[in-house]
Design a protein around this ligand. Structure first.
Ligand code: AP5
Ligand code: MG
Ligand code: ZN
Length: 217
């Protein structure tokens, strides 16, 4: 009956976007990625997009109130009628509390929060070699997951681009911000009894299977 809500946690480059898209598709849930939403606002030139850009280019977090409000709006859309896989949200304890309040209004809650993790060197390798589809946001990697046609998305034919925050310098900052501000969320979800962990360093299909098991259990 009730909607299903799954949170994917993990450092930049762990594979949240890669896995959230597959999981949402398989489970019939909306894929709700805060970073993608900010980038969409930015490309449309909205006020929110301009506010977010200043933080994103430095690898800092966009303020909690702005972020949580954007998610609340997105959650009210019809494709979230069955629930959602959250990718990159919440990222602070304040955001997690905001999400809990939002869901509690309808007697709902997060059923599972899964951390996908990998070693630092691997995260940096993935992000600095990443290419994304401008149209559908599918991530590729120049060596581990190259598109069939260079520069084009396998799925939709869209143009591939590199994110401006995927430089070594900004990636270092994003990793530090993750450790400082997002790591504390793990203990928070652990106490709520919904935390699971998945090794993100195996290949995409193996991670996908482990994630499916973590959610079913
Ligand atoms: P966001 O867009 O969420 O970026 P992120 O958390 O830094 O994570 P990424 O998208 O970089 O990595 P991912 O885990 O999705 O990995 P992916 O699947 O692409 O946020 C960007 C910015 O927006 C933030 O810095 C902040 O400013 C702002 N923001 C967003 N949310 C916010 C919030 N809630 N609050 C405040 N501010 C917020 O994979 C990476 C690469 O690895 C790809 O090339 C992929 O092909 C490859 N890959 C994936 N899995 C594997 C595998 N198993 N093996 C080998 N390669 C793999
Ligand atoms: Mg992502
Ligand atoms: Zn595409």
């Amino acid at each position: 009956m009730g909607r299903r809500f799954i949170v994917l946690l993990g450092p930049p480059g762990a594979g949240k976007g890669t896995q959230a898209a597959r999981l949402a598709q398989a489970a019939g849930l909306a894929h709700l990625a805060s970073g993608d939403l900010f980038r969409e606002h930015l490309s449309r030139g909205t006020e929110l997009g301009k506010v977010a850009q200043a933080y994103m280019t430095r690898g800092e977090l966009v303020p909690d109130d702005v972020t949580t409000r954007m998610i609340a709006e997105r959650l009210a859309q019809p494709d979230a009628a069955t629930g959602a896989v959250f990718d990159g949200f919440p990222r602070t304890v304040a955001q997690a509390e905001g999400l809990d309040r939002l869901l509690a209004e309808h007697g709902e809650r997060v059923q599972r929060a899964v951390v996908i993790d990998a070693r630092r060197e691997e995260l940096v390798r993935r992000l600095t070699g990443r290419w994304l589809c401008r149209e559908c946001q599918t991530p590729y990697h120049q060596t581990s997951r190259p598109p069939r046609v260079p520069g084009r998305c396998d799925g939709c034919g869209g143009e591939l681009y590199q994110r401006p925050d995927d430089t070594v310098e900004v990636v270092e900052r994003r990793l530090a911000v993750y450790e400082d501000q997002t790591q504390p969320l793990l203990a928070w979800y652990e106490r709520a009894g919904v935390l699971a962990r998945v090794d993100g360093e195996r290949d995409v299909e193996a991670v996908q299977r482990a994630l499916a098991r973590a959610i079913a259990s």
